[in-house]
Design a protein around this ligand. Structure first.
Ligand code: ZN
Length: 365
C-alpha cells in the first residue's frame, strides 16, 4: 500500500486545511510514494512508539499529536523530539499526524468522547466561519444536469446531512465571440443570446480546486462563466468541542463516577457542585478552557476537558461544572478513529494499536 493512498483516506475525513494556524499536522517524516507494510496507531509518536513500530514491522505511525510542533533548527539528538525524528528517519519510518484538523471535524476526537459518555444529539460547540464558498455558474439549460452532477460528485452541494443541494434560475446570457474563438453556439462577431440556467452550489474551501476542475471539464463552453464568493456563514460541521445530551439525567456524584468509568481516568479535577441534574454536557479533548463561555451559553451543566489551570477554574462562576479529566485520558481513544477509517476504506491494510502508554503524567494516590 502506497503511503499517499493512506493519507488520502485520512485527509478526506480530516482535511489539513481544517488545522489551526499554530498546528503542524500532516506527514512529518517519510515520502508519500513509499510502500507501507503496516501502520501503528497511537496518540503520541514517542521514541518508545518508534521502537514498538520497528519490533512489529510497521513502517508508518499514525498519531494524533505531531511530534514536531515548534520546528527544528538542529537535529543532533539533544531532546526526545530530535531523537524520535532521527530514529524514524534512520529506520525508514513515516510519521503522520492528524491533530487539530481531527479535533475540528464533527465525527472526530470529540465524537469518540461523546460516544464513550453516551451523549446523543451531538453538535459542534463552536462552529467555524470562513470555510464555505458559493459557486455560481451559467450553463445552457440542456447541459445543466450534467454540470450539476459533476459539481455534486466533486463535493459541492452539502448542507448538514443533505447532499445535492443547488439553486437554479432560468435567464439568458449574451456574448460576442471574438477572433480565434471556437464558440459552442453562435457565430463570430455577432452578439449571441443564449437561454441559460444559473446554477448555485455551496462548497467547502478544501474541495474548491477539484470542484472548479469538475465544472470546467463538464461545461460545454470554451470560456466557462462562473463566480466564486466567500461566505460569512458558520459551518456547523466543523469547529471546536461538542455539545450533547445524556439520555438519562445524572446527579453530579454519579456523573463523575460515570466519567471515571467510561473515560478510564484516575482523577477528575472539578469545580463546586451546582446541585443540578446533569443532562447537557459539553466536551473538548485536550486543552479546551477557551470554550468555557460556549459551554455555558449552550446550556451545558457540565464541561469535560483537560489542561485547566488554577485561576481558570474560578471562571466557572457557579454556572457549569468544569471537569478536568486529564489530557491523555480525554484523547486516549482517538486512535480508534484511524482504525475505523482505514478498516472501512482500506480493509486489507494492516493496522496495530500501540501498547505504549505515552502519558507523561503519573498519579500518586
Ligand atoms: Zn491533545
Amino acid at each position: 500500500m502506497k503511503l499517499n493512498e493512506i493519507i488520502k483516506v485520512l485527509e478526506q475525513f480530516a482535511p489539513l486545511q481544517l488545522q489551526e494556524s499554530y498546528d503542524n499536522a500532516g506527514l512529518i517524516t517519510g515520502n508519500p510514494e513509499m510502500e507501507i507494510k503496516a501502520a501503528m496507531l497511537t496518540l503520541d509518536s514517542t521514541e518508545e512508539v518508534i521502537d514498538e513500530a520497528i519490533a512489529n514491522n510497521c513502517n508508518l505511525i499514525i498519531a494524533h499529536h505531531p511530534i514536531v510542533f515548534n520546528g527544528l533548527k538542529k537535529i543532533n539528538g539533544k531532546n526526545y523530539v530530535e531523537r524520535t525524528i532521527i530514529k524514524a528517519i534512520k529506520n525508514d519510518i513515516a510519521i503522520y499526524a492528524a491533530h487539530t484538523n481531527l479535533d475540528n471535524v464533527r465525527t472526530g476526537v470529540n465524537k469518540i468522547i461523546a460516544d464513550k459518555l453516551g451523549l446523543i444529539n451531538t453538535k459542534i460547540l463552536s462552529p467555524k466561519k470562513n470555510l464555505l464558498k458559493k459557486l455560481y455558474t451559467f450553463v445552457p439549460g440542456e447541459h445543466a444536469e450534467v454540470v450539476r452532477n459533476a459539481l455534486f460528485s466533486a463535493g459541492a452541494g452539502h448542507i448538514g446531512n443533505y447532499s445535492e443541494c443547488s439553486f437554479n434560475a432560468e435567464g439568458f446570457g449574451t456574448f460576442n465571440a471574438g477572433e480565434g474563438t471556437n464558440p459552442h453556439v453562435g457565430s463570430h462577431g455577432i452578439r449571441h443570446r443564449e437561454e441559460e440556467m444559473k446554477v448555485e452550489v455551496i462548497l467547502p474551501l478544501w474541495n474548491e480546486k477539484q470542484i472548479v476542475k469538475a465544472l470546467i471539464d463538464s461545461h460545454p463552453y470554451e470560456e466557462v462563466a462562473y463566480d466564486i464568493v466567500q461566505l460569512d456563514n458558520f459551518y456547523q460541521d466543523v469547529g471546536a468541542g461538542l455539545i450533547g445530551e445524556l439520555p438519562v439525567a445524572f446527579d453530579e456524584i454519579n456523573f463523575l463516577q460515570h466519567i471515571q468509568l467510561t473515560m478510564q481516568t484516575p482523577m477528575i479535577r472539578h469545580t463546586n457542585f451546582l446541585n443540578k441534574k446533569i443532562t447537557r454536557v459539553a466536551v473538548c479533548g485536550g486543552a479546551g478552557s477557551f470554550l468555557l463561555n460556549d459551554a455555558i451559553n449552550s446550556g451545558a451543566q457540565a464541561f469535560i476537558t483537560a489542561d485547566y489551570k488554577y485561576h481558570q477554574f474560578f471562571d466557572a462562576e457557579g454556572k457549569v461544572l468544569i471537569c478536568d479529566i486529564g489530557h491523555y485520558e480525554s484523547e486516549q481513544f482517538t486512535p480508534l478513529i484511524f482504525a475505523q477509517l482505514l478498516n472501512e476504506y482500506l480493509p486489507t491494510f494492516a493496522t496495530l494499536f500501540s501498547k505504549t502508554n505515552s502519558n507523561p503524567i503519573k498519579y500518586f494516590h
